[in-house]
Design a protein around this ligand. Structure first.
Ligand code: GLU
Length: 911
């Protein structure tokens, strides 16, 4: 008890002492872990023009100081020096001034200039972290620098992905200085792999930009990658506009990440596709806050006369994130080691800062979401896992239309578009505009209306294509005016590489779109753009039906196919043989021919081999037979054979009647191979269409041969399909016209003397053609898909093919002639199966009869007796045999010894 009291007293006595120690520890602890001074200097080098960047730098420092979660015990102080961009000596001095003030890191100079390279080398030597925010082509990072600007090779792969998404094959790269070419270095590597044709143009320093654009215009290049400084961009775009390089068919990819900050009012109505990438995340709460409170914030920073921009520059945003990166790294460094003192550094002493490289090392693992998206670095200190917005200019201003992302590895990239590129343009491009639609007279696509009164304008035309364009205009709100193609050609490239026909008109800007049975081909796709196909087709042969009826000497064989005849013959032989065997096996077919002469002991059988065969043939020919089956088994065979013959004869008679009444037409050619293999029948196609192009470009031997034939006789080519059809009609089967199946279908629906021979030589579609890179292509494609989906195109086809202009005339005729076919084994196979079943059944009956009789009359084993009788049957030697008598066998065993049987010499065979 006493002891206990003592202990308690001890604790009570010691308690104030323990409490005191704990308090001391709490107070001391931070001073052990956190050694950073209460103020830390951060240096920034800006030119007098870089006011926005300087403001954001100061603002970022202020915001970090206000943020209690980072460096709560230390305040950052922004040390800003103004430098001359090109005077590296001056810059040098300013850097040294800053270092003497004891800055822990340096920002700037921005941009690509001699002074930035100089600053970089000083920082390297004195181990002061240099946080860069500019494009830098260096392939290796210096140890003491970190760059928040995306790596050039990664940006290049974003451009490659965009060019691929737009299907640019030929384009120009227009650049300002050699830096631009270095910037796109990686782009060229990928371009080589993709076989892109790239033309390079550099702006000349002493000449206006428009001179270079004239060159681009002359080369007819519509897609341009433009690499110019942000400051010059507006002027460059204006010059492009002045020389007509800012039309709806032109597309620009601007490499600057700052396009979104510019005022492009003058270009937003031009329908030119101006696209660029943006790293600044305009949805970031910090950026929203900056933009909302711009005026107030600039006032607080004493940075007056700063107009609020559309958005902050990329470098400003990177500086803002750079300050956060530095603060986080400082905090991490402070938590892991004691940073005892940040002393001023003298450029002349050459003694580096002790913690410089540690600070840089602490920056690399930092990851946070800033106003340029995710700020994260790979092992080498390059930004990784960031995303870029794909921005384009519209009448409503800048719009984000997609996103390009880089995941952990530089090669793992993805480009997603929120809406198809085209959708965005469709909304602005088709409403109330007026299109010139070129077409050609071709039934039933575009036809002149038959009318007593003279019509003009669109009113004079009717047809599938006319209805289609009307449906499209209703759907999309555009107006149109038809124009017949001046040279009456669809479009083919001549030796000089010039296109004629509708394709030529589109290229020469004489019309906006072409619609008719215009085939989508790869060659044409190089010159113009096509929408989704509105109809499928392929080349086939139009030919005149021969009128002569074909008669053959052996037409009586036609009702059955040859195989059926072979089966019938096989059935006849097998049934006759089985009848013979069963007739001999069954005891009920053996009769005593002279019942009154008991001593003969002879039995006779009617089903000799010859009788069996004549029985089956007689019954088959419906003539009956002198021999009649008596046993149950033979009667079963007879019955099933009667049934078989009944069915076969009826089928034959019915089909023969059909064959003799229906006219059978035999064509001298059956397909393209047939046509190519002869010279009697001439053949040709349209002079300036895709069918001719198909044959001239084909590498398939048959089509090559056909092309040589056609080339050697130029008169086989026609000016229009109508001329080709007329020629086929007039010919006496000595001219075949190679034409597209959709048109053939229309013709043979109306002219029953014409027909299509063989299948399709190729598969293709008809589409609406627009100029290359036309903004109308995608909206039209969408509308065509809609018309496909809601069945309008099907209805139009039904109307113009089956209903109007005498459609549906030849359908009945076609049905009639195609209905007679000779019967195959598939048609009559069932009768053979029944026959087989009947024969098997008759075998069972025969065995039953045999057993039944043997059980009554014989005293030897039934099996032995059956074997003996079967041997006798197959021996085919006689139609008679001895009577078996039980009693006699017992009295004279020698005489009735049946093994081996000996019927021979005693009985002469009777046939
Ligand atoms: N549809 C073809 C064209 O677009 C014309 C007809 C043909 O060549 O058979 O060229």
């Amino acid at each position: 008890m006493l002891n206990n009291n003592n202990n308690n007293n001890n604790i009570i006595n010691k308690w104030p002492c323990c409490f005191f120690i704990i308090i001391i520890l709490i107070i001391i602890k931070p001073s052990i872990r956190y050694c950073l001074p209460s103020t830390i200097q951060v240096g920034g080098l800006f030119t007098p023009e870089q006011r926005e960047e300087e403001f954001i730098f100061r603002l970022a420092v202020n915001n970090i100081n206000d943020d209690q979660t980072i460096l709560s015990r230390t305040k950052l102080v922004a040390q800003v020096k103004s430098i001359d961009y090109f005077d590296s000596f001056h810059a040098n001095k300013k850097v040294c001034d800053l270092l003497e003030k004891g800055v822990v890191a340096l920002f700037g100079p921005l941009g690509y200039s001699p002074s930035s390279a100089h600053t970089q080398s000083i920082c390297d030597a004195l181990e002061i972290p240099h946080i860069e925010t500019r494009w830098d082509f260096k392939l290796h990072r210096d140890d003491l620098s970190i760059n928040l600007y995306p790596q050039p090779s990664v940006l290049s792969s974003a451009y490659v992905d965009l060019v691929k998404a737009w299907n640019w094959d030929i384009f120009a790269i227009v650049y300002e200085n050699n830096e631009g070419i270095i910037r796109l270095q990686n782009f060229f590597k990928d371009a080589q792999k993709c076989n892109w044709k790239i033309k390079l143009y550099q702006f000349e320093t002493d000449k206006p930009y428009r001179d270079t654009f004239w060159e681009v215009n002359k080369a007819k290049v519509k897609n341009i990658i433009l690499d110019v400084k942000r400051e010059n961009l507006l002027q460059v775009l204006r010059h492009a506009q002045q020389v007509g390089m800012m039309t709806e068919s032109h597309s620009y990819l601007i490499t600057s990440l700052d396009l979104h900050t510019m005022n492009l009012e003058d270009f937003k109505f031009g329908r030119t596709k101006i696209t660029s990438l943006r790293i600044v995340d305009d949805s970031s709460p910090e950026l929203i806050n900056i933009m909302q409170n711009w005026t107030e914030l600039t006032k607080n920073m004493h940075m007056h006369n700063m107009d609020k921009p559309n958005s902050i520059l990329t470098e400003s945003a990177l500086i803002y994130d750079g300050i956060r990166l530095l603060s986080t790294a400082l905090q991490d460094l402070d938590q892991s080691q004691s940073v005892d003192g940040i002393q001023p550094i003298s450029c002349y002493s050459g003694t580096p800062w002790l913690y410089g490289s540690s600070l840089i090392n602490y920056m690399r693992p930092v990851a946070f979401r800033g106003i340029t998206g995710l700020v994260d670095f790979d092992q080498l200190g390059y930004r990784t896992s960031f995303s870029l917005d794909v921005m384009t200019i519209t009448i409503d201003g800048f719009m984000k239309i997609g996103e390009w992302k880089q995941t952990s590895s530089p090669n793992d990239t993805s480009l997603t578009t929120y809406e198809p590129w085209s959708d965005h343009y469709s909304a602005i491009s088709m409403q109330n505009i007026s299109l010139i639609v070129t077409t050609i007279i071709s039934e039933p696509y575009t036809m002149l209306k038959e009318s007593a009164v003279e019509r003009s304008g669109n009113e004079q035309f009717e047809g599938f294509a006319v209805d289609l364009i009307e449906e499209l205009s209703r759907l999309m709100g555009f107006k149109y005016r038809f124009k017949l193609v001046s040279d009456g050609a669809y479009g083919i490239k001549d030796e000089k590489g010039e296109w004629n026909g509708m394709i030529g008109e589109l290229i020469r800007n004489e019309s906006d779109i072409a619609i008719v049975d215009l085939t989508i081909t790869s060659k044409r796709e190089e010159a113009v753009d096509f929408t989704q196909p509105f109809m499928n087709t392929g080349i086939s042969i139009l030919f005149k039906k021969p009128t002569t009826k074909v008669t053959t000497l052996f037409s009586f064989l036609s009702p059955f196919q040859n195989i059926v005849w072979i089966y019938v013959l096989a059935a006849y032989i097998s049934v006759s043989t089985i009848l013979f065997v069963i007739g001999r096996l069954t005891p009920y077919e053996w009769d005593d021919p002279h019942p009154c002469r008991q001593e003969d002991n002879v039995l006779e059988n009617n089903f000799s081999l010859i009788n069996s065969f004549s029985f089956t043939i007689g019954t088959m020919m419906q003539q009956g037979s002198a021999v009649a089956p008596k046993a149950m088994s033979t009667r079963t065979i007879a019955a099933i054979w009667y049934f078989f013959t009944l069915i076969m004869i009826s089928s034959y008679t019915a089909n023969l009647a059909a064959f003799l009444t229906v006219e059978k037409v035999v064509y001298p050619i059956e397909n393209a191979e047939g046509l190519a293999g002869q010279t009697q029948i001439e053949y040709g196609c349209l002079k300036s269409g895709s069918t001719k192009a198909f044959f001239s470009e084909s590498n398939i031997p048959v089509y090559k041969r056909m092309w040589q034939f056609m080339q050697s006789r130029p008169h086989v080519f026609t000016k229009s399909n109508a001329e080709g059809i007329a020629r086929v009609k007039k010919s006496n089967g000595n001219y075949a016209y190679l034409m597209e199946s959709a048109s053939i279908e229309y013709v043979i629906e109306r002219d029953c003397n014409l027909t299509q021979i063989g299948g399709l030589l190729d598969n293709k579609g008809y589409g609406i053609a627009t100029r290359k890179d036309s903004p109308y292509r995608n909206p039209l494609s969408h509308a065509i898909l809609k018309l496909h989906e809601n069945g309008v195109l099907l209805q139009l086809k039904e109307r113009w093919w089956k209903q109007k202009k005498g459609g549906g005339q030849c359908t009945e005729e076609t049905k009639k002639s195609s209905s007679v076919n000779n019967l195959s084994i598939d048609h009559v196979g069932g009768v053979f199966v029944v026959l087989l079943g009947g024969l098997s059944f008759s075998f069972l009956v025969a065995i039953f009869e045999f057993v039944w009789k043997a059980r009554k009359d014989s005293h030897e084993s039934i099996f032995e007796e059956m074997i003996r009788d079967l041997k006798f049957a197959f021996a085919c030697q006689s139609k008679t045999k001895n009577v078996k008598k039980k009693l006699n066998e017992e009295i004279y065993p020698d005489r009735y010894d049946y093994s081996p049987p000996n019927y021979g010499p005693d009985f002469a065979p009777v046939y």
